[in-house]
Ligand binder design. Structure first.
Ligand code: G3D
Ligand code: MG
Length: 210
């Protein structure tokens, strides 16, 4: 087995229960959506490789195992994160209002070196549903007021904007991780981890640019 130098970045996904965090991660990393999905099962994170400019980035995406319901996430969940994805449900304005708390909780727990410039990305999920309660304008205004956080409206169900959102997440996580010294940044990894059955998901890495 050959070994390549790759950059590992950690991404955490936060937001109220049932907004679609696990479904988004699965849609991106495994390209599946299950209407019957009930809870987060198994591993604490998934990994997926992407090309950002000329670098292979291993995105380590951390999802909660349902503890967000009790606001009792372990400190290890937040530690060392390079990007935080805040998810709300476009059909439930209470989940949008919660973003302030999730952002604050992240900054308290993760304690990043430069909290003002820490990269967040906001996803308004379930765009495929009709009964929306949060307008694009309202969500964009919130993001702009928080130092211009990138905003995407997504559907984990039909994959709308999921790839695009995670490309931005990967780019911003890499920029954040690049502020760490190269010694800390580079890791030796075996050949790509493969998800899914189809040929597309077996290709080693997706390409994007910042
Ligand atoms: P969570 O991880 O944030 O708690 P889940 O959320 O990913 O478990 O999703 C919660 C419910 O929302 C699930 O429905 C899931 O199928 C649904 N869901 C997630 N994303 C979308 C989306 O983009 N569109 C639609 N229409 N539904 C979505 P159930 O019924 O299994 O609880
Ligand atoms: Mg979940």
């Amino acid at each position: 087995m050959t070994s390549k130098k790759k950059v590992l970045v950690k991404v955490v996904i936060l937001g109220d229960s049932c907004v679609g965090k696990t479904s988004l991660m699965n849609q991106y990393a495994i390209k599946t959506f299950s209407n019957h999905y009930k809870a987060t099962i198994g591993a604490d994170f998934l990994t997926k490789e992407v090309m950002v400019d000329d670098r292979v980035v291993v995105l380590q995406i951390w999802d909660t195992a349902g503890q967000e319901r009790f606001r009792s996430l372990n400190a290890a969940f937040y530690r060392g994160a390079d990007c935080c994805v805040l998810v709300f449900d476009l059909t439930r304005s209470d989940t949008f209002i919660s973003l302030d708390n999730w952002k604050e909780e992240f900054l308290i727990q993760a304690c990043p070196r430069n909290p003002e410039n820490f990269p967040f990305v906001v996803l308004g999920n379930k765009i495929d549903l009709e009964n929306r309660q949060v307008t694009t304008k309202r969500a964009q205004a919130w993001c702009q007021s928080k130092n211009n956080i990138p905003y995407f409206e997504t559907s984990a169900k039909d994959a709308t904007n999921v790839e695009q959102a995670f490309q931005t997440i990967a780019c911003n996580a890499l920029k954040q991780a690049s502020q760490v010294t190269d010694v800390e940044l580079y890791h030796d990894f075996p050949e790509p981890i493969v998800f899914g059955e189809n040929d597309e998901s077996k290709s080693s890495a997706k390409r994007c640019s910042c």
